[in-house]
Write a protein that binds this ligand. Structure first.
Ligand SMILES: *Cc1c(COP(=O)(O)O)cnc(C)c1O
Length: 361
C-alpha cells in the first residue's frame, strides 16, 4: 500500500488513524455484526454514536449549552440560501463581508431571500488583503453579518474575530473549523461543510445560538427550518450516518492530538514552514497575500516562470505529492494544510520545492 502526501483543497486528507479504524470496523461496527452504514439512525447504537460525537465536538470547541449543534446535509452552498431563510424576515437586510470567492457566492445565493448589503469587500484589491475594519459600513438593523473567516481559494484568513456589535455574526468556517480554538460566544451561527477539516462530503456541521432559532421569518417547509432540526436532534429525516460516524472519529482523534490549542500550534508550524520556504526562495516562488492575512489552511503560490507549472505538477506527483494544482480562478499552485495534513507532509513538500528550484533554476 502506498499513501501519498495529500494537499487537496477538498474533499481533503483525513487522519490515517481515522481511516484505519473505519476500515477495521467496516463489516462489524461496535459488535452489531453490521456496518454503521447498515443500521437505523433511530436505533440505540447509532443514537449513542450521534450523542457522543456531539459531546466530543462540544468539549473540543467549548460550545456553550445555549448553542445547538446540528449535523445537516446540503453542503455549505445550500446553507448560503438557507441561512437567510431562517435568520432574516421578509424585507430585511443582511451585511456581507466579501473577502474572496466563497464570500461572493454566499452573498449571491442569499440574494433571493434577503436584501444583501456588501458592507465591505476586498474585490478591488483582488482579494490579496482584508478590508480594513474601520471602512466597513455595518447596519445596526441588519438581520446578521456574514463573513468567511478563511477563503479557501484566495488563501486569505482573518486571524481575529471581527467586532460587529449586537448583530449576530454568521461565519462560513468550511475550511478552518476546528483548526484552532473558537470563542463560540462571539458568533450567532457557525457552519461548515465537513469535507475539509472534519470528514467526508455530504455533511454540514452547524453551531447556532438557540435564541436565533426562534426567529420566525417566513413560511417554509419543516425540512428547511433549523429549529425543526434542532428539536429533532438532527434526525428530522435520515441523516448522513456515515459522515456523522467519521466526523465522530475525527473529533476523537483531535482530542487525542491534545485538543484545538495543540492542533493550532501544529497548524501554525506547518504554515510557517511553507511560507518561509516561499519567501526564502529569492522570488522563485511567490505568495501574493498580505502577510498579515495569509491563510494557515490554504497556501496559493506561483512559480517565477509559469512555463514550469506543468513540470512542477508532473514531478511533484511523481514524488508522491498530490493535488497541488491551483484553483482555475487563480492559477499556479495551492497547498491545503488542513488538520489531517502532517508536518511530515509539509516537510516533504518544502524539500521538494527547494530541490525543484535548484534543478530548474
Ligand atoms: C468548500 C467551501 C464551500 C463549498 O462547500 P460545499 O460543501 O461544496 O457546498 C463553501 N465555503 C467555503 C469557505 C469552502 O471552503
Amino acid at each position: 500500500m502506498s499513501r501519498v502526501w495529500n494537499f487537496s483543497a477538498g474533499p481533503a486528507a483525513l487522519p490515517q488513524a481515522v481511516l484505519e479504524r473505519a476500515q477495521r470496523e467496516m463489516l462489524d461496527w461496535n459488535g452489531s455484526g453490521a456496518s454503521v452504514m447498515e443500521l437505523s439512525h433511530r436505533g440505540k447504537l447509532f443514537m449513542g454514536l450521534a450523542a457522543q460525537a456531539e459531546a466530543d465536538v462540544r468539549e473540543l470547541a467549548a460550545i456553550p449549552d445555549d448553542y445547538a449543534v446540528l449535523f445537516l446535509q446540503g453542503g455549505a452552498t445550500q446553507h448560503f440560501a438557507q441561512i437567510p431563510m431562517n435568520l432574516a424576515a421578509e424585507g430585511a437586510s443582511a451585511d456581507y463581508i466579501v473577502t474572496g470567492h466563497w464570500g461572493e457566492k454566499a452573498a449571491s445565493e442569499a440574494a433571493p431571500y434577503v436584501k444583501v448589503d456588501i458592507a465591505a469587500s476586498s474585490h478591488a484589491d483582488n482579494y490579496v488583503k482584508l478590508p480594513a475594519r474601520n471602512g466597513w459600513t455595518l447596519n445596526p438593523a441588519a438581520a446578521y453579518v456574514h463573513y468567511t473567516p478563511n477563503e479557501t481559494i484566495h488563501g486569505v484568513e482573518f486571524h481575529d474575530v471581527p467586532e460587529v456589535g449586537e448583530v449576530p455574526l454568521v461565519a462560513d468556517m468550511s475550511s478552518d473549523i476546528l483548526s484552532r480554538p473558537i470563542d463560540v460566544r462571539r458568533f450567532g451561527l457557525i457552519y461548515a461543510g465537513a469535507q475539509k477539516n472534519i470528514g467526508p462530503s455530504g455533511l454540514v456541521l452547524m453551531i447556532v445560538r438557540r435564541d436565533l432559532l426562534e426567529r420566525v421569518t417566513r413560511p417554509m417547509a419543516r425540512i428547511f427550518r433549523y429549529a425543526e432540526h434542532a428539536a429533532s436532534d438532527s434526525m428530522l429525516n435520515t441523516p448522513n450516518t456515515w459522515g456523522w460516524y467519521l466526523a465522530g472519529l475525527t473529533f476523537q482523534w483531535l482530542k487525542e492530538q491534545g485538543g484545538l490549542a495543540a492542533v493550532a500550534a501544529r497548524n501554525d508550524a506547518k504554515a510557517a514552514l511553507l511560507y518561509d520556504t516561499i519567501d526564502g526562495s529569492g522570488g522563485y516562488y511567490r505568495n501574493p497575500i498580505d502577510p498579515a492575512s495569509r491563510s494557515r489552511m490554504n497556501v496559493p503560490f506561483t512559480l517565477h516562470d509559469a512555463a514550469l507549472d506543468a513540470v512542477f505538477l508532473k514531478e511533484s506527483e511523481a514524488a508522491g505529492l498530490l493535488a497541488l494544482k491551483g484553483h482555475k480562478a487563480i492559477g499556479g499552485m495551492r497547498a491545503s494544510l488542513y488538520n489531517a495534513v502532517s508536518l511530515e507532509a509539509v516537510e516533504a513538500l518544502t524539500a521538494f520545492m527547494r530541490e525543484f528550484a535548484t534543478r530548474h533554476g
